[in-house]
Design a protein around this ligand. Structure first.
Ligand code: DON
Length: 303
């Protein structure tokens, strides 16, 4: 099976759909993105990376970076985070606060905003308060110092960040934040505003398909931790559409409102797809379809 051919076929299959969906419009930096873009990259476990379309065009990674924040926290701090964050699907939108009060400040999982804010807080504790721990990690993984925070997007996130601020204050009121709310929000917004392309994201996440091992053989996560990250991606990575994504695609995946999705085929490869138009759940409309085409054509699914 030639991955280049599969990618070309997937691209052709989704071409009529490119441009459909709604580009995130809560901040100007995302609203101004051209919706008629599509890119897809596959990073194979042997180190080869293949791509199609706009796979080298940087986009706003947004919530995809929540995966890397969790990975860094687990790698540096062991299992402690699970005392502060659950691992149940939320069944609600990513910035829902409804469950948080009932659970007395313990978020449902690390990928809803409340959970990601707790992970960000924990990561600040193990990085001497570095708000760019995720950025520095992603630069190092790709040996690419050009990976950067889009400062306009980061500033806009803060300007329009009332909802996240409310969530952070609620967490703090339950004693589930160690650092000042403002420090946690700053690190979270900077992490969301990291710009990367499909190639670099697929390559940076490659250890997720290799039971926690990087391409150079060094260990990022234990096999058990890696299994857990993939499990939580499967059950909670697409928010209230996690069930539908498992149904259509059948892989652990994590989306962002910039239109990217990072998916993992354990034992084989990681796949990153990007197209800015979102469906009603805030996941890339064309991205989900492309991953559906990919797993159907390759038979590479966890089911
Ligand atoms: O917290 C927010 O509102 C955004 N910066 C990130 C949201 C996001 O990407 C959720 N994903 N689908």
């Amino acid at each position: 099976m030639y991955i280049e051919n599969i990618l070309a076929d997937v691209h052709e299959a989704v071409t009529p759909l490119i441009g459909q969906g709604t580009v995130a419009d809560y901040i100007p930096g995302l609203a101004s993105v051209n919706p008629n873009q599509f890119g897809m990259a596959v990073a194979m476990n042997n180190g080869a990376v293949y791509g199609v379309g706009d796979w080298r065009v940087p986009f706003s990674t947004q919530s995809i970076t929540k995966v890397f924040a969790l990975v860094l926290e687990l790698a540096r701090d062991g299992e402690k985070i699970w005392q502060r964050v659950g691992r149940e699907p939320s069944g609600s939108g990513f910035h829902s606060m409804a469950e948080l009060e009932k659970s007395k400040g313990i978020p449902r999982n690390p990928f809803v905003n409340s959970g990601a804010l707790v992970v960000t807080d924990a990561l600040l504790s193990v990085t001497d308060g570095d708000p760019d721990a995720v950025l520095n990690f992603l630069r190092a993984e790709n040996s690419d110092p050009d990976i950067h925070v889009d400062e306009d997007v980061a500033a806009s996130e803060a300007l329009h960040g009332d909802r996240n601020a409310a969530i952070a204050h609620l967490l703090a009121s339950y004693g589930n934040l160690v650092h000042p709310v403002q420090d946690v929000l700053t690190a979270y917004f900077r992490q969301c505003a990291i710009a990367m392309d499909c190639r670099d994201l697929a390559a940076a996440g490659a250890f997720l398909a290799r039971a926690g091992l990087r391409s150079d053989g060094s260990r990022m996560l234990t096999a058990s931790q890696n299994k857990r990250v993939n499990s939580v991606m499967l059950t909670s990575g697409m928010y209230d559409a996690a069930g539908d994504f498992a149904f259509q695609v059948g892989l652990p995946g994590k989306s962002g409102v910039g239109g990217g999705i990072l998916a993992v085929v354990p034992g084989r490869c990681t796949v990153c797809v990007w197209s800015p138009g979102l469906n009603a759940s805030g996941n890339s409309l064309v991205g989900v379809r492309a991953l559906d085409e990919f797993t159907t054509r390759t038979g590479w699914s966890v089911f």
